[in-house]
Design a protein around this ligand. Structure first.
Ligand code: DPP
Ligand code: ZN
Length: 882
């Protein structure tokens, strides 16, 4: 398949000014009539008029009122090219779409009898022939026509300007979006839907209409999404001075959706997972997820829609920035310093576990990629999460106000334009005077940099010296990386645990706690003066850069940091380092058949944290949570998933055994009786209580079993119910208890069989339990509630098994990989985007022992040799095999 290169960008040969479209909605054949006015871009080297189109039937093509003969244009490889077009053109195009047969969930498709669209990145070309690229922006007027009974609700972008009856049982609605937009932001929704709506007053006094549309029966699950939307609107006004520019803002939920949600102008379309919530179906984690995704899509209205991307290589321009914004939004809503830190910890966990792994594998790519085969494969953790880290580094380097000035300048310069990552960097540099030339390498070089720190203390001179050196591993197509511009936030702790005053030699800036060092060379030495005692360094505070920090901490130093660091992130980090050290050692011991032992120092450090009631429960929860098996795997050159699992389970059981009474107290002291509320304080209590419960079940007896069973039976909310069920389904106790656990699982299914999102949890919980092997997955696939054609359902069982149950997925006989290959091939036919995501589960195959590698390679080859493989899947497996 064709590789597309960033360096080959050429401006479009024609601009679009206005687009009018009429849709006659019918699942078998939706007719689309498009009229657009275009004019030549004299600055482009492209002389032809080029339109893209896929999977649609072309009925008619008229240029400036004249039917175009077949000889006047050519169609090849998804491109329609008109030669010798005049400078000013009105094109009229009629196309037909078989939306009901579209299982790809890209373009126009049908879900539960309703019509939806998904046009990012290149779905609009499945609707009509169009210059479907983000730098072509036009104003859209859309008329929807359809059966009144089947499609009582007709929605599109912008404002409703007309609606009425067509007399024949059909009706119409006309929508006008006053803002120019690229085609990927187009959307339509038609069908049987109901909405919760509200008039909301902006800070300026202007009133807007907010709506959350769902299927009938779900109206009791929309309040949290509505609240999250109002919080998002207010937050963007207050933090960035950005106001909602439309009179109406709609969110629509569908259960069939490839992504989390989509920021179509004024008409966001969401996966139900990120809209629907009430206490009986949604957990605290779900509530938080909804808040952040509603925020994310809303914030795109400025960072993505008003200022959009010149081409898809610049995707992180909008995604990295918008993830940064949604992270800050969630952190600001929690409000407390610890709450912020816990949010930061959760985000960094994802980055390390998923993005660092991507950066070390065959799909590694820069935040601004140089090439792709299928752009849908580049909606990655690198573009999103590492992209957000890159934006956060500007924030760290320029400060709160400096960053805001940069944002203001960015909008002042580029509102209404399609721009590049370099334009954002230039706005940050020009508004602050900070030299950000070298910072460009964060966009161009892939791979996770390693920063090594070495320190020495001169008591006589009272000088503490730290030398920072950086390297970055080779990645596909890139070797010999140049040094990055890395902000390293540092503090120094005295013996009393307090921060020392910081004064860099030869510099005037001082700090009472943290200084941001700028590492730009391969190696640099920084000297702190006036240091009267040998300190403990707290390096990379708040995770100031997306790097791996290597420093030879002693256990005592880590214990000191865990107990005292004023930076809560590094306090947590110290605990994770202590845990990782032990988990690695124990994994090796498992492999050698040695006896396993957990040391008292670690147990006591965790006991102290668990019992420190001055600490926020959410913070105690994250400290108590051990690094995941996937994180531990990153520590090894050759990964042995079963030994890692055994070692981690041993640590959990040992902690449970030694901390039993402390865990029980934590459980008892963090009950949240009364009416459920998803607020941060209550959620934190539930979080700590449920982590305590999970530990207690790792060293089980009948009493802890009863505790979990009672919590399951009497739970007043999904958070507590699911936590108890998860504990029970991982429980290894007496036969009697195991049976009762299985019954709980059955009861859960029966009670929630009409709630699709809860049934997803039911599958997910089983798929990720250690008790679930390949045979069990195959059995669950035969369950009447299972289907591959719903992405959420496929993810809940299949993706969770392949990605979140490593000890079982990597079964020695290769049966996990054989299942994986079967499913990638099956999904490829239905939905290439979802298939390609699943295909990524074998990215790191070269990190496993030889016997597993052989099985994985065979599975990858089996997929690669499949006929009619989508370019989505082909790109992923060929890169893995390369
Ligand atoms: N819908 C996806 C997101 O919001 C792609 N833009 O990130
Ligand atoms: Zn986004």
């Amino acid at each position: 398949p064709l590789t597309i290169f960033r360096k080959d960008y050429i401006a479009p040969g024609f601009w679009v000014d206005t687009v009018e479209m009429g849709f006659d909605l019918d699942p078998i054949a939706t007719h689309v009539a498009t009229r657009m006015t275009m004019r030549r871009n004299h600055d482009s080297s492209e002389k032809n008029l080029v339109l893209f189109g896929e999977t649609i039937k072309l009925l008619q093509l008229r240029m400036n009122g004249v039917n175009l003969k077949k000889s006047a244009y050519s169609i090849a490889d998804g491109k329609l090219t008109i030669l010798n077009a005049p400078d000013v053109v009105t094109l009229e195009i009629e196309t037909v779409i078989a939306a009901g047969k579209n299982t790809s969930m890209s373009g126009l498709y049908v879900s539960n009898g309703n019509f939806f669209t998904q046009c990012e990145a290149e779905g609009f070309r499945k609707i009509t022939y169009y210059p479907d690229r983000p730098d072509v922006m036009g104003t859209f007027t859309i008329m929807l026509r359809g059966d009144k009974k089947k499609y009582p609700v007709l929605l599109s972008n912008g404002n409703l300007i007309a609606e009425g009856d067509l007399g024949d049982g059909r009706h119409y609605a006309t929508w006008e979006d006053p803002f120019k937009k690229p085609s990927y932001l187009f959307a339509l929704v038609a069908g049987k839907l109901v909405c919760q709506e509200e008039k909301y007053k902006l800070k300026s006094g202007r009133k807007v209409l907010l709506q959350v549309w769902v299927e009938a029966g779900n109206l009791d699950k929309t309040q949290h999404a509505m609240d999250s939307l109002k919080n998002s609107i207010r937050w963007d006004e207050e933090r960035f001075g950005l106001e909602l520019d439309l009179d109406r803002f709609m969110i629509v939920a569908t259960s069939d959706f490839n992504m989390g949600a989509m920021e179509n102008k004024g008409l966001n379309i969401f996966n139900t997972k990120y809209v629907l919530a009430n206490p009986s179906i949604a957990t605290d984690v779900d509530y938080a997820g909804i808040e952040s995704v509603v925020g994310h899509e809303y914030f795109h209205n400025w960072t993505g829609n008003r200022v959009t991307c010149r081409d898809w290589f610049q995707l992180s321009l909008k995604e990295g920035l918008t993830v940064f914004r949604d992270q800050e939004f969630s952190a600001d809503l929690v409000g407390t310093e610890t709450g912020r830190a816990v949010k930061r910890i959760e985000d960094v966990r994802v980055l390390r576990q998923v993005q660092f792994s991507e950066d070390a594998g065959p799909m590694a790519h820069p935040v601004r990629p140089d090439s792709f085969v299928e752009i849908n494969n580049f909606y990655t953790v690198t573009i999103y999460e590492k992209g957000a880290e890159v934006v956060r580094m500007y924030y760290t380097l320029l400060g709160h106000d400096g960053f805001r000035k940069g944002m203001d300048l960015y909008f002042k310069r580029h509102d209404g334009q399609a721009v590049a990552c370099d334009d954002f960097r230039a706005a940050m540099a020009d508004s602050s005077g900070h030299d950000l030339a070298q910072f460009e390498r964060w966009y161009s070089q892939a791979g996770t940099p390693r920063v090594k720190a070495e320190t020495s203390y001169d008591a006589d001179a009272k000088i503490y010296q730290i030398t920072l050196s950086q390297t970055c591993p080779d990645t596909p197509g890139q070797s010999k990386k140049l040094p990055f511009h890395i902000p390293v936030a540092i503090g120094l702790l005295g013996a009393d645990g307090k921060d020392l005053k910081l004064q860099l030699e030869g510099q005037t800036t001082t700090s009472n706690n943290t200084l941001v060092l700028e590492l730009t060379a391969e190696s640099q030495t920084f000297r702190f003066t006036g240091i009267t005692q040998k300190p403990t360094p707290s390096i990379l505070r708040n995770f100031s850069a997306p790097v791996v920090l290597e420093y030879a901490y002693t256990d005592e130093e880590l214990g000191h940091l865990l107990a005292n660091d004023s930076d809560p992130f590094n306090r947590w980090e110290a605990g994770q380092r202590l845990a990782t050290r032990r988990l690695v050692k124990l994994t090796n011991a498992v492999q050698k058949g040695e006896e396993l032992e957990l040391d008292a120092m670690f147990i006591e450090a965790l006991r102290a944290t668990l019992n420190d009631t001055t600490l926020d429960p959410s913070f105690r929860e994250v400290v108590l949570t051990l690094p995941s098996e996937a994180m531990i795997a990153e520590e090894f050159a050759v990964v042995d998933p079963q030994s890692i699992h055994t070692a981690r389970q041993f640590v959990r059981a040992s902690l449970a055994q030694h901390l039993k009474s402390d865990l029980l107290s934590a459980y008892e002291n963090n009950l949240t009786p009364g009416k459920y509320s998803p607020d941060a304080v209550s959620a934190a209590k539930r979080g700590l209580k449920n982590v305590a419960l999970a530990y207690l079940l790792a060293w089980p007896d009948d009493a802890t079993f009863m505790l979990a069973k009672t919590q399951f039976d009497e739970a007043q909310n999904m958070t507590d119910r699911l936590a108890a069920l998860s504990g029970l389904s991982n429980f290894s106790g007496s036969a009697k208890n195991t049976k009762a656990a299985a019954q709980s699982l059955q009861k859960f299914y029966k009670d929630f069989k009409n709630e699709a999102l809860v049934i997803d949890k039911w599958f997910m919980l089983q798929a990720s339990a250690y008790t679930c092997d390949v045979a069990k997955v195959r059995e669950l696939m035969k369950h009447s509630a299972f289907t591959l054609s719903n992405p959420n359902r496929a993810r809940s069982l299949i993706f969770n098994f392949c990605n979140a149950n490593p000890a079982r997925f990597h079964a020695a006989d290769g049966s996990g990989y054989a299942l994986w290959a079967e499913l990638v091939i099956a999904l490829n036919k239905l939905n290439p985007q979802v298939a390609a995501r699943l295909a990524r589960s074998l990215d790191r195959w070269k990190k496993y022992p030889q016997n597993l590698q052989a099985h994985m390679k065979a599975a990858l080859q089996k997929v690669a040799e499949t006929k009619k493989l989508s370019k989505d899947v082909l790109e992923v497996v060929s890169k893995a095999l390369a």
